[in-house]
Design a protein around this ligand. Structure first.
Ligand SMILES: Cc1cc2nc3c(=O)[nH]c(=O)nc-3n(C[C@H](O)[C@H](O)[C@H](O)COP(=O)(O)OP(=O)(O)OC[C@H]3O[C@@H](n4cnc5c(N)ncnc54)[C@H](O)[C@@H]3O)c2cc1C
Length: 385
């Protein structure tokens, strides 16, 4: 169903009255990722909620309807020298619908390497409007950065995967686009890269991101630098080049276009059979990178956050190795979520979180009839079959 904005509330009320199970959707670009949703269900798309409601450049905030494509929001902000400091979702880049909607971005709540400097999607979110499962409209937060009244509904909604409510609009913080950007790619022996990483994260330099990447060959480090001052940028580069030289690492410069391409993951690639979201405590990242199961996969991992993605073909890694990788992530203070897995493989997309009872209590409050995204509740292991 793709209702007009004016019909949306009546449609949700009707689904509630008829006890229909349904799945909130944005542009439908990644709907089938993660655990399967119980069948049959109705898909309710926000595609027609596609307006930028208000951009306040002076306050650095923007309010948009949930179905607005991320790419359109970034283009509109760029006219004012601003941007939303979030990565392009896996499989997309600055061109095309694959970037998905802003509502989908918030509902999945995942962040990439820009988290190093700008924190995650949930930290950009300052207001939200939603429709509860019974069709009652609700809101939390506001349109200004300093807003503290009421329950913080934004945090549970961010990363809820459509399980709690239909997000209808969001207000997000914007940032000025830094006028000077440059990337550095560092290559060399893994221990030397690891020691460089520790130095950079502990230094007074302020990279926008510092990602471990492996595309085919050996792992390398991508450092993105940005500044309002060309001189400061050059000083940071010189400092990094000197340190890299001292560690015996190769160091190549990436101009802004090449850097933007290097920051995207899987853009234009066919969807991989395996797509894993990985997380460990940052200081356990070097150990994770040594894991045998990761050997056959491409990957990008934020050195400062310990979060990232690994992907590859069905033949690249057997399912039992993915399970051992999951055990390793848990032992290293993190988790592994299966966004995609080969057909025939039926590993649980995620396991129970320690806060499962709290998550289930929230679900009962928001959606007592269990109508939304049935079978897909982040933090609650899906029931097999
Ligand atoms: C660096 C990075 C990497 C990412 N990688 C992935 C990834 O690998 N896999 C992935 O799935 N996502 C990923 N994301 C999130 C991604 O941005 C969203 O999945 C994408 O924007 C989906 O947009 P869509 O409009 O096509 O949503 P859809 O595919 O339609 O829906 C995606 C999810 O969001 C829910 N949803 C969508 N709109 C709403 C709404 N208005 N209200 C409530 N729930 C809603 C759906 O139920 C579904 O669970 C990533 C994000 C970043 C920043």
């Amino acid at each position: 169903m793709t209702p007009e904005p004016s019909d949306l509330q009546a449609v949700v009320q009707d689904l509630h009255r008829r006890n229909v199970t349904w799945l909130p959707a944005g542009l439908g670009s990644r709907l089938d990722w993660g655990p399967p949703v119980a069948q049959p269900h109705t898909v309710l798309s926000c595609r027609r909620l596609n307006r930028i409601l208000e951009h306040n450049p002076g306050d650095f905030t923007i309010s948009v309807e949930a179905g607005t494509p991320l790419v359109e929001v970034q283009q509109a902000l760029a006219h004012h020298g601003q941007w939303l400091p979030v990565d392009w979702p896996w499989g997309s880049g600055p061109a095309g619908e694959a970037s998905g909607s802003v509502g989908g971005l918030v509902a999945r709540g995942q962040a990439g390497g820009y988290r190093q400097r700008y924190l995650g999607v949930r930290d950009q979110l300052i207001g939200i409007h939603l429709l509860r499962s019974d069709g009652v409209a609700a809101r939390a937060g506001g349109k200004v950065v300093k807003n503290v009244a009421g329950y913080d509904l934004m945090r549970p909604l961010c990363g809820s995967w459509g399980s709690l409510a239909l997000i209808t609009s969001v207000t997000l913080r914007t940032q000025p686009i830094p006028p000077h950007r440059q990337g550095l790619r560092l290559e060399g022996a893994r221990p030397a890269l690891g020691s460089f990483c520790r130095w950079l994260l502990g230094s007074s330099l302020s990279p926008e991101r510092l990602d471990w990447q492996r595309r085919g060959g050996e792992a390398s480090l991508l450092v993105s630098l940005a500044s309002i001052s060309a001189q400061t940028l050059q000083e940071q580069i010189a400092c990094i080049e000197e340190k890299a030289g001292g560690e015996g690492l190769g160091c190549g410069c990436l101009e802004p276009d090449a850097l933007a391409a290097a920051e995207c993951c899987g853009q234009g690639d066919p969807e991989p059979a395996w797509l894993l979201r990985l997380g460990v405590l940052p200081d356990r990242l070097p150990e994770l990178l040594e894991q045998r199961a990761l050997g056959g996969l491409e990957l990008v991992m934020g050195a400062g956050s310990g979060l990232g993605y690994a992907w590859g073909s069905a033949a690249a890694v057997p399912a039992h190795r993915v399970e051992s990788l999951r055990r390793h992530c848990h032992a290293a203070g993190g988790a592994l979520t299966l966004l995609r897995q080969p057909s025939g493989s039926s590993l649980p997309a995620w396991l129970d979180a320690p806060s499962r009872p709290l998550i289930e209590a929230l679900k009962r409050q928001f959606d007592p009839k269990q109508q939304l995204a049935r079978g897909r509740l982040p933090g609650v292991a899906p029931v097999a079959g």
